[in-house]
Design a binder for this molecule. Structure first.
Ligand SMILES: [Zn+2]
Length: 253
């Protein structure tokens, strides 16, 4: 059993809106000689404790005309042709494919490898890490867009949700000296902590009652408006009618 075709839980989408997620693993170029799993192995889910964050280090200005799929395919092909990590220089193999588990671009989340597959994301640190990359060069040229930041956070929380022994988020540079990923990792960690606290609070009795009260309060306000014969009244009647249909379909009316 691998870790493919994840879904974003509603507790996450309720904080980020409708972030798109797609598993494109089967659509990307693979090394015909060896897949990542054949080349580097498959990890036990219980050993995956850490999310490693990256950028692809390609400035956005250099890939303007490329679709997300084109760019991911090109990165995969470059790594398939890279024999620098081969065990035996006389038997060229290359890497398994794109060296990330999750790829983020244009506010969208793409899964590009089984999360259990060991890939070459951060040398000497690939036995326990899930690698997430945001497309761009955030060390030299680019800044994270709101859309990509949202998608990054949704992806991090989606991955945390499926890892039973998750411990921490680390940047590539914190595990191995490099400028990757160039964006502020401490802000990412602190924002994620705050969202996790909000998700926990949303589950409390107090928060549930607050939401119930908001519905009751708004229904009363709409009912009063609905008595009017003007546009506001028509608007309120139309909204209450749609609520009426939902409650009717659930057997509540
Ligand atoms: Zn990196």
């Amino acid at each position: 059993m691998g870790l493919r075709n994840l879904s974003i839980p509603s507790k996450i989408t309720s904080n980020f809106g409708n972030v798109q997620y797609q598993d494109v693993t089967d659509l990307l170029p693979k090394n015909p000689k060896k897949t990542w799993a054949q080349l580097a192995g498959v990890r036990d889910i219980n050993n995956l404790t850490t999310i490693g964050l990256h950028h692809d280090a390609i400035p956005k200005s250099k890939k303007l005309g490329k679709t997300d799929m084109q760019l991911m395919s090109e990165i995969a092909t470059t790594h398939i042709n890279n024999t620098a990590y081969d065990d035996d220089p006389n038997i060229p193999i290359g890497e398994g494919g794109i060296p990330y588990h999750i790829f983020i671009r244009n506010g969208r989340i793409y899964q590009c490898n089984d999360l259990l597959d060991r890939i070459y994301g951060i040398s000497n640190n690939n036995g326990y890490t899930v690698h997430i990359v945001v497309s761009g060069d955030y060390f030299n040229y680019d800044t994270l867009t709101d859309g990509d930041r949202n998608a990054l956070y949704a992806a991090i929380l989606m991955v945390i949700d499926v890892l039973p022994n998750f411990k921490e988020i680390k940047s590539h540079g914190e595990l191995n000296p490099t400028n990757c990923p160039g964006y502020d990792i401490n802000r990412v960690r602190s924002d994620i902590k705050n969202i996790q606290m909000k998700i926990e609070r949303d589950k409390t009795l107090e928060a549930q009652i607050e939401r119930c009260f908001a519905v009751k309060n708004q229904a009363t306000y709409m009912y009063n408006l609905a008595q009017q014969s003007d546009g506001d009244g028509a608007w309120a009647r139309s909204w209450l009618d749609s609520v009426h249909s939902i409650m009717k379909s659930q057997g509540l009316l």
